[in-house]
Write a protein that binds this ligand. Structure first.
Ligand code: PMP
Length: 279
């Protein structure tokens, strides 16, 4: 049996229900986090909680009543769901309104929902020789607040669906030739001895993995630059990676019709980073 948590109680997945008057259902009025769990311990939890706090502040959604207990709730959920490695989904919506109204009633209590499932191991950890990702470039169709980790992900879903129908593995968004990020990840590119990634702005989500990878690179003495990247830059890079809490680090092999230079994992920086990823 798989367990979830909804507003104070743990409930089996098959039985959990919310009202359609929840603003998350009616408006996508909510924020979320996806937290990986390795050997029953949530990874980089403090960073995820800080980002959630920022998302709540940015959207004016109140903190749930159980705010201070979230780490313990996550621990309990991990224990109940048994898998050694899990992915915890945590969502806070503005709560259940009496009737549908764009202007929220400030007194409603937010809805806190958590679930978890087994974390699939990064396939490049299991088989580093697996061909890199084949990605499609799409002009970024999203809003100007991609820094908010909002549950409203229709643009990302449409883009990923389109890419998947074309047999692609993933999507990289760009604005007028400049890379923003992946549909569910941040993008890095390696040139000679330095590593570039798009700077933080309202056009990207400030990834917890992005921050972790930047810090790992720093501790290895590798130069990192938070600088705009063009699609042309990606074509000319030694390596391109996509990073996220569930992907960790994954190499890209093909961008639209352009194949990147092929490199064995043992000569690649992404592979070296993966081996020191779980600190
Ligand atoms: N950008 C977007 C659009 C994402 O959805 C994600 C994953 N949630 C990321 C970047 C990576 O963020 P993180 O490393 O915190 O998982």
């Amino acid at each position: 049996m798989s367990w979830t948590y909804l507003n104070d109680i743990f409930i089996p997945k098959e039985e959990v229900r919310i009202s359609p008057f929840d603003r998350g259902f009616l408006f996508g009025d909510g924020v979320y986090e996806v937290i990986p769990v390795y050997e029953s311990k949530a990874f980089l939890l403090k960073d995820h909680i800080s980002r959630l706090e920022r998302s709540l502040l940015q959207t004016g959604i109140n903190k749930p009543k159980a705010w201070n207990d979230i780490p313990q709730i996550i621990d309990k959920l991990i224990k109940k769901n048994l898998f050694l490695n899990q992915v915890v989904y945590l969502q806070v919506t503005r709560g259940e309104d009496v009737e549908r109204s764009h202007i929220p009633d400030p007194s409603i209590a937010p809805t806190l929902f958590l679930s978890s499932s087994e974390l699939s191991i990064n396939p490049y950890r299991l088989n580093p020789d697996k061909p890199g990702l084949d990605v499609k470039i799409i002009e970024d169709p999203r809003w100007e607040r991609c820094d908010v980790k909002a549950i409203t992900l229709l643009s990302n879903i449409i883009a990923l669906r389109e890419a998947s129908i074309e047999g692609k593995d993933d999507v990289i968004f760009c604005i007028k030739g400049k890379v923003t990020e992946g549909a569910t990840s941040n993008v890095f590119a390696v040139f000679d001895n330095s590593v570039l990634t798009t700077p933080e702005s309202n056009q990207i989500l400030s990834g917890i993995t992005r921050k972790h990878v930047l810090s790992l690179l720093g501790s290895k003495g590798i130069e990192t630059l938070e600088k705009d990247l063009s699609i042309q830059n990606l074509y000319e890079a030694d390596e391109v990676w996509m990073t996220s809490s569930t992907k960790e680090i994954q190499p890209v092999k093909k961008i639209d019709d352009k194949e990147l230079p092929s490199k064995s994992p043992k000569d690649s920086l992404w592979f070296d980073l993966l081996s020191s990823y779980l600190i």
